[in-house]
Design a protein around this ligand. Structure first.
Ligand code: PEP
Ligand code: MN
Length: 338
């Protein structure tokens, strides 16, 4: 069972609640985010306990343990979480474009693409320096040199950086170059990594795994949130189904479902969802209409020679056209392009 403490309770009040519960013979664990204090209580049995605990002064809400996630839940925080970077809000009514190549390949490539996407409204430059490839013989990324290049290009064009982390030993190094850590589909279940990312302050963009239910996806977010890092952005990137005419199947319903269940920002990645550039724009438009608070798009000026995911990369002109269409959809919805 988990108890939510009333907002604005002082330390003394929280300690009183803990003491009351301990005096009843239960073990209590405290966990606090910037805005909320939560107490986990173990050793309980049955529903009767809920009433008993909700009557303690200072307790605002009681969650049964059968609610698998607490910090990620809309019950825990009713308002949308806005993940803030200086001059950029991710979440709520705002819409943010993340774009760039699948992988950083060389200086000319990342500068060329950064310039194009910045000119048409992207705020975050994506690009992998450490690539989790299905084949060990495929391009694995430029590593630290890639991080240096994406940072330089992003700074030059006034963009933020998001790049993927593969293992917790990379946190310190990647932190020097990135604004947002990306956890890819393959690592959504890497709980030791998620726990470590829960200890840092930088935002984490968490992608849904290939076969993860929405509940499992939110449980992974919970690992980061429970560690104390409240800056989590969720990314729907398609799931694996029996359909094989696209790389994955974009789960459009995940967007409204997550909005109902969670306060966390949800963005969509139609590039990995579809696998083919011809399908990226229609899926992107649908995702925006369904309420995505941002898109992550792969863009390449020379996709034939791209070292990874060329077939799904939008050409710069396709990207610019899509941005105009998205602005139209957002204005119908009364939402803002950020
Ligand atoms: C990526 O964004 O480059 C990536 C590898 O995506 P995913 O983890 O969704 O497959
Ligand atoms: Mn890719």
């Amino acid at each position: 069972m988990v108890l939510l403490i009333e907002m604005n309770s002082n330390d003394w009040r929280v300690e009183q609640v803990i003491k009351t519960i301990e005096d009843l013979g239960y073990a209590v664990q405290k966990s606090a985010t910037q805005t909320n204090t939560i107490l986990g209580v173990s050793g309980l049995n049955g529903d009767a306990d809920i009433k008993q605990f909700s009557l303690i002064e200072g307790v605002s809400k009681v969650f049964k343990v059968s609610d698998p996630y607490i910090f990620a839940s809309r019950d825990f925080r009713q308002d949308d979480t806005i993940v803030k970077l200086p001059g950029l809000d991710i979440g709520g009514e705002k819409f943010v474009m993340f774009a760039g190549p699948c992988a950083i390949e060389n200086e000319k490539q990342i500068y060329t693409i950064a310039e194009k996407i910045a000119a048409s409204g992207a705020r975050v430059l994506r690009g992998g320096a450490f690539k989790p490839r299905t084949s060990p013989y495929s391009f694995q990324g430029l590593g630290k040199e890639g991080l240096r290049l994406i940072r330089k290009a992003a700074d030059y064009f006034g963009l933020y950086v998001v790049t993927e982390i593969l293992e917790s030993s990379q946190i310190g190094m990647i932190s020097e170059y990135t604004d947002i850590f990306q956890v890819g589909a393959r690592n959504m279940y890497n709980y030791p990594l998620l726990k470590e990312l829960g200890k840092i302050e930088k935002p984490v963009l968490l992608k849904r795994s290939f076969a993860a239910t929405i509940e499992e996806f939110l449980m992974s977010a919970e690992y980061i949130l429970a560690g104390g890092n409240s800056r989590v952005i969720l990314c729907e990137r398609g799931i694996r189904t029996f359909e094989n005419s696209t790389r994955n199947t974009f789960d459009i319903s995940a967007i409204p479902v997550i909005h109902k269940k969670s306060h966390l920002p949800v963005i969509a990645d139609p590039s990995h969802a579809s696998g083919f550039r011809d399908f990226v724009s229609p899926i992107a438009r649908a995702a925006v209409a369904a309420g995505a608070q941002g898109l992550m798009l792969e863009v390449h000026h020379d996709p034939v020679h791209a070292l990874s995911d060329g077939p799904q990369a939008l050409l710069p002109d396709q990207y610019t056209k899509l941005i105009d269409e998205i602005k139209g959809i957002l204005s119908v919805l009364g939402r803002q392009f950020n």
